[in-house]
Design a protein around this ligand. Structure first.
Ligand code: HEC
Length: 116
């Protein structure tokens, strides 16, 4: 790793997990989940505008377990395999499920969108 690389890194900044959330994850949650799971409606006892509420979870326990996608109830729900199938109706496109999985695997960092 040369000096030019370090300079570039300093200039552009290291990959920013907050930006990944804001650009890739927040739009999915907003479009697909937030209509029902928000601060006012709180369907299932969880709100997708609040990371703490997802960590705490609802009836089925934690919705996200940072770093552990396969133990995260969110993935079970969006895969439409168990008795909770989210969103209700047709399942998310595989691409979006994959992004959600990556996000949780990388620690489920929050950005500045969807913060209240
Ligand atoms: C049309 C409204 C609606 C939409 C859209 C929706 N949900 Fe839900 N969701 C609900 C309701 C109502 C419940 C409670 C169902 C129950 O407890 O049996 C629920 C429950 C859940 C639970 C279980 C909480 C618990 O512990 O019991 C999870 C996880 C969940 N939703 C995730 C999602 C995700 C992720 C999305 C977006 C991809 C989503 N939901 C979109 C209405 C919705």
């Amino acid at each position: 790793m040369g000096a030019a690389y370090l300079l570039l890194l300093a200039f552009w900044g290291a990959p920013d997990p907050g930006r990944f959330f804001d650009q890739r994850i927040a739009p999915i949650l907003t479009k697909r989940c937030l209509g029902c799971h928000n601060h006012d409606l709180n369907d299932g006892g969880i709100a997708f505008d609040n990371r703490d509420s997802l960590l705490k979870g609802g009836r089925h326990g934690a919705v996200i377990m940072p770093g552990k996608p396969e133990q995260s109830f969110l993935l079970e729900a969006v895969r439409h395999k168990g008795d909770v199938r989210m969103p209700p109706g047709s399942p998310l496109p595989a691409k979006e499920i994959k992004l959600l999985r990556e996000w949780i695997a990388a620690g489920a960092q929050w950005g500045s969108k969807l913060r209240r």
